[in-house]
Every structure is written in structure tokens, then in C-alpha cells.
Design a protein around this ligand. Structure first.
Ligand SMILES: Cc1ncc(COP(=O)(O)O)c(C=O)c1O
Length: 359
């Protein structure tokens, strides 16, 4: 008899269908279950709670001028548009304080340096722009911020000299909340066919606006109705996902691909090492291959806006028990506690009393 029995109706994109028979526990003991005979979702269900949001529901700061999203325009001669020639960061707030502002700015500057783009402001000026931009956005809730620096406006040429002034954009939007079942049930990932850029070509450690590698991988996930796509590197090792870093748990230890696998050193990834240390959970880098997924107990992905998302299947393969695992959930709970405290302590925003204080 099939281990799956009757399948519950699909709840959301990328979630595995749970078996509802009395065989549940027996079947989980069968070690690795497969995905291939699951019920096909009849509708694509949301990753985020609010599926009706208007993408223009944003406040945008272009070179210091703040406007509503629908009025924010960039020249077609901006090399960010023409060539993807620029860098960016995504940040989020906790209690309306930008989280890990300094590491994000460090990475932004490092990425810009790799492309020989001059960052036209100091950290304090950038913090002030962020504050100006987010002030009226989602006043009762959290904000996600995207900071972009492009080569700027210039003639159609790859010569950087044609663009004397970089463009600096800050986009502030209400933080999209993940649909509740994402964390409760865990999500399904797929292994992308497209390979992660080699560090010798467009190095994934540069957080650049040139995102086609990520776009193609995520298109594969979307076609498969999965939450995220895992990219392998040119050596066939697990590298990262299209917009998140990847972690596995095996025998109580948390492992993540090393930097030289060719990946973006996620700010969340780096913070997670601190969360692990705080909890006494070992988190370390290790080369991981697709075959390792056969023996891991838990899997999760991390990113700024999504924090820690448990993954319970990759393609047809169920991971571990097929449920979000205890180590993942402990890390997530502690991550959130530490994030709120940290965001308050190291907020770049002017303190209350100043004219531009926020919430
Ligand atoms: C390719 C890739 N890896 C990892 C991450 C996670 O990075 P962070 O934790 O800094 O958001 C992202 C986030 O956008 C990403 O695009």
C-alpha cells in the first residue's frame, strides 16, 4: 500500500502534501519517502500572506529625491537598466529599526568596489536617506528596504568613464509576511538545472543587479511550484538557492556550503553563526553534494526577508521526517529574539527627539 494514502488539499506553494492515513508513523519510519505520487496542487497558493499587494506600494528615494512608487522613474540610459551594471542590498526592519545595517553597508561597499563603482555617500548619509524614505511606509509595521547603486547615466558603452555619477536609489516597502503555513509545514525546494555562476565569471559573492542566473533558477522553481531552487556550483556541489543560503542539519550539527563553493555570503547566514553559538548549536561550513540530502535530518534556507524557512522536500525527495525539524525551529525562535534586540541596539536611525526619528 502507498505510504501516502489520502492526501490533504494543497495549502500553499511548495508545501509537501501530508499523508492523513493511520499509516503515517509507520511510513515515516520507512526512512526516505518520495514525492512522486503526491497530489498535484490544483492552484498555486501564496508564499506571502498578502497576495493582492500593489508593487508600486512603495516610497522611493532617487538621488535624494523622495517620491511615491508610481512616480519613481529612472532614465533608460542608466547603466543599471542597460547592463545590470550596479549593486544592491535588501534589508528589513525589526520594530522599525533596520537590522544589521552595518554588515549590509559593508557588503554594499565591497560589491561596489568589485565593480569599480564609487559609493557617492557616507554611511551616515545613507542612513539618513533610509530614514527619510521609510518614514511614512507601513507606520504600524515593518519595512523592507532595497538600496541600489548603479553605474549611472551614460552613453551606450561599457567604458565606465561615460557614467560620471552613480545613481543611488532607496526603495522602502511594507515587509511582505510569509504565509503562515510556510514555517508551520515547511516548503519544497527543487534542484535547478542551471548552474551557479562560477566565481571566475560573475562572482556570486558580488551582490549585483545582474541577476539572470538567479532569475533562471527561480523560474525553474516557479514552474515546479516549489518555494526555492537550489543551485549547484560548477563542481556539482550544493552552493545556495536563487535568493537564499542553504543549511542542512545532520546528527545535531548544522552545515552550510563554504564560501568557496561560490555563493553570496548572506548577512542572515553570517548572523546565524552567532545564533548557533548562543544556543550551543554547532554551525560550520562543509562541502555538500546532492547525495548528502539522502542522509540529512533537516534542511532550511535563510535570507533577510524570510529569516529561516524550513524545507521538507527537494524535488521528489522527502527530507528527514518530512516536517520542520527541532534544530531549525530552535534556531528560528532564537534568531527572532536576537534580531529584535540587535536591531534596537545597533539602529542607524536618529534617536527619538530628532526631526527625522521614526516610530
Ligand atoms: C543568491 C542569494 N543568496 C543568499 C541570499 C541571502 O542573503 P541575505 O541573508 O543577506 O539576505 C540572497 C538574498 O538576496 C541571495 O540573492
Amino acid at each position: 500500500m502507498s505510504c501516502y494514502g489520502t492526501l490533504s488539499p494543497p495549502e500553499f506553494a511548495g508545501a509537501p502534501q501530508r499523508r492523513t492515513t493511520a499509516h503515517h508513523d509507520t511510513c515515516l519510519a520507512d526512512t526516505r519517502l518520495t514525492w512522486h505520487n503526491r497530489a498535484r496542487p490544483t492552484r498555486r497558493t501564496p508564499r506571502f500572506q498578502d497576495t493582492t499587494r500593489n508593487p508600486m506600494d512603495a516610497t522611493v528615494n532617487i538621488n535624494g529625491v523622495v517620491s511615491r512608487g508610481e512616480h519613481a522613474v529612472i532614465s533608460v540610459f542608466d547603466h543599471g537598466f542597460l547592463y545590470g551594471d550596479g549593486v544592491y542590498e535588501t534589508l528589513r526592519t525589526y520594530d522599525r529599526h533596520p537590522f544589521l545595517f552595518e554588515p549590509h553597508l559593508d557588503r554594499l561597499r565591497a560589491s561596489a568596489r568589485r565593480l569599480a563603482i564609487a559609493v557617492p555617500v557616507t554611511d551616515q548619509e545613507l542612513a539618513d536617506r533610509v530614514q527619510d524614505t521609510m518614514r511614512t511606509v507601513n507606520p504600524e509595521g515593518e519595512v523592507t528596504l532595497r538600496i541600489l547603486i548603479t553605474r549611472g547615466i551614460g552613453d551606450l558603452s561599457y567604458d565606465p568613464a561615460v557614467c560620471p555619477d552613480p545613481t543611488l536609489v532607496v526603495i522602502a516597502r511594507p515587509l511582505p509576511e510569509l504565509a503562515e503555513p510556510v514555517t508551520r509545514e515547511g516548503v519544497r525546494l527543487v534542484q535547478a538545472q542551471v548552474v551557479r555562476n562560477s566565481p571566475e565569471s560573475v562572482d556570486p559573492s558580488i551582490k549585483s543587479n545582474n541577476l539572470l542566473n538567479n532569475v533562471l533558477a527561480m523560474q525553474e522553481a516557479v514552474r515546479e511550484d516549489a518555494f526555492e531552487a537550489i543551485l549547484l556550483n560548477h563542481r556539482g556541489e550544493l552552493a545556495e538557492c536563487s535568493q537564499s543560503n542553504l543549511f542542512v542539519v545532520r546528527d545535531g550539527e548544522v552545515l552550510t556550503p563554504p564560501r568557496d563553493a561560490g555563493l553570496l555570503r548572506g548577512v542572515t547566514r553570517e548572523f546565524l553563526f552567532e545564533v548557533g553559538a548562543d544556543l550551543g548549536v554547532t554551525i560550520r561550513e562543509a562541502v555538500l553534494r546532492p547525495s548528502d540530502l539522502d542522509t540529512v535530518d533537516e534542511l532550511f534556507v535563510t535570507s533577510t526577508n524570510r529569516e529561516i524557512v524550513p524545507a521538507v522536500a527537494v524535488g521528489d525527495q522527502i527530507i528527514g521526517s518530512g516536517r520542520p525539524g527541532p534544530v531549525t525551529l530552535r534556531l528560528l525562535a532564537r534568531f527572532r529574539e536576537l534580531a529584535v534586540a540587535h536591531a534596537h541596539e545597533s539602529s542607524p536611525l536618529a534617536k527619538s527627539g530628532s526631526p527625522s526619528a521614526v516610530g
